[in-house]
Ligand binder design. Structure first.
Ligand code: ZN
Ligand code: FE
Length: 256
């Protein structure tokens, strides 16, 4: 039995809360702090105490629960240095390459800016899992609110470059809408059509479509596929840089 257990649960409108628990030490990390009541209830359900809060970015749907959770559990709050002033209760400001320990497990900080300029992801290389907040979603990606398309493309490329069997946990359940949009960009992608159908069936009965994997996103996420000849053809961008093709797909999604 692996010593890490991950518990994902829906909260707020379409957010996911995620608890990462080390069975050996009992250490438990909450990835972001969306709804404090939902996160506390999930921890109580499992009999876990939240020792760490790992914040991906400053948006309220990821930080709104920090103060209450910290008061309840005495958790240590980690978050991006660049957004330190906007994250309540921050104890440890982190940046690229920093390591955080959860029991004997190592978490590596990856800077993945674009959605916000300080956005970070938390990668557990040995456990083959990454928590990407609002950078990447299943068949989608976050809105580029503070950074540039080039910056966001670089961040997505880093996630796409992790080992292919890495599980990806994301901040939101946006998969069904993402799939519908993706089919307008790459309708001839058979893996995408198949996955879109599976997602529709899962959502119809209220099942989560996350986590996903690096491999699955490489195959079906149009935001990671600007090299695709059929996408380039459709967009009339045969010779453009990947990040520009990505930017065009992101712009179209904003209008969809
Ligand atoms: Zn956000
Ligand atoms: Fe969010």
């Amino acid at each position: 039995m692996p010593s890490i257990e991950i518990h994902q649960f829906p909260c707020l409108k379409d957010n996911y809360g995620v608890l990462v628990h080390d069975r050996v030490s009992g250490a438990t990390a909450s990835i972001d702090a969306p709804d404090p009541a939902a996160v506390s209830a999930a921890a109580a359900d499992k009999g876990w105490r939240i020792s760490h809060i790992l914040v991906t970015h400053h948006h309220a749907d990821h930080t709104g629960g920090i103060t209450a959770l910290k008061a309840a559990f005495g958790s240590t709050v980690y978050g991006p240095r660049i957004e330190a002033a906007r994250i309540p209760g921050l104890d440890v400001a982190v940046g690229e390459g920093d390591k955080i320990r959860l029991g004997d497990h190592e978490i590596t900080v990856l800077e993945t800016p674009g959605h916000t300029v300080g956005h970070v992801s938390y990668w557990m290389p040995k456990d083959r899992v990454v928590f990407v907040g609002d950078t990447l979603f299943a068949m989608g990606c976050g809105r580029v609110l503070e950074g540039s398309h080039e910056m966001m493309w670089a961040s997505l490329s880093r996630i796409a470059g992790l080992p292919r069997d890495t599980a990806i946990y994301c901040g939101h359940e946006y998969t069904e809408a993402n799939a519908r949009f993706a089919l307008t960009i790459e309708p001839e992608n058979v893996a995408l059509s198949k996955r879109a159908h599976e997602v529709e069936m899962a959502r119809a009965v209220g099942l989560a479509t996350l986590p996903t994997t690096v491999q699955q996103e490489l195959d079906t996420n149009v935001f990671l596929r600007p090299h695709s000849f059929s996408i380039r053809n459709r967009l009339g961008m045969r010779a453009e840089a990947d990040w520009r093709v990505f930017g065009e797909i992101r712009t179209r999604k904003n209008k969809a």
